[in-house]
Ligand binder design. Structure first.
Ligand code: AMP
Ligand code: ZN
Length: 110
């Protein structure tokens, strides 16, 4: 009963912004920037390390989707940030691997 698996199967409504055979992207419920999207693989893994054990191609599928999407939406013009949280210190709350894409305004430097 993983929430992002349900989104990937279309069982929970979401604001979808991108989809291909392997990857789906949707707007984050609590945006942390003017534009805030989550990119996930349709196949479940609990975090990036788990994904790399299951099938590292999935990481490439997601990064490829982010690259296509950000070029199509012209986010590459002003730039954007890709974030992947793993575990408690990073504040991971959903245990289906996801990459945040933050854009649309200057982001705080860290
Ligand atoms: P993380 O803290 O990296 O695990 O990020 C989980 C993110 O998922 C948070 O930014 C939440 O706002 C977001 N989120 C949780 N449930 C949903 C949902 N149903 N639709 C869209 N975003 C969600
Ligand atoms: Zn899942």
């Amino acid at each position: 009963d993983c929430i992002f698996c349900k989104i990937a199967r279309g069982e929970i409504p979401t604001n979808k912004v991108f989809e291909n055979e392997k990857v789906i992207a949707f707007k984050d419920l609590r945006p942390q920037a003017a534009l805030h999207y989550l990119f996930i693989h349709k196949d479940h893994s609990k975090d990036l390390n788990d994904m790399m054990k299951i099938n590292p191609t999935q990481a490439s599928d997601i990064l490829g989707a982010i690259s296509s999407f950000t070029q199509k939406e012209n986010l590459i013009k002003d730039g954007y940030r890709v974030v992947n949280n793993i575990g408690p210190h990073a504040g991971q709350t959903v245990f289906h691997t996801h990459f945040h894409v933050l854009a649309g305004e200057p982001l705080g430097h860290f």
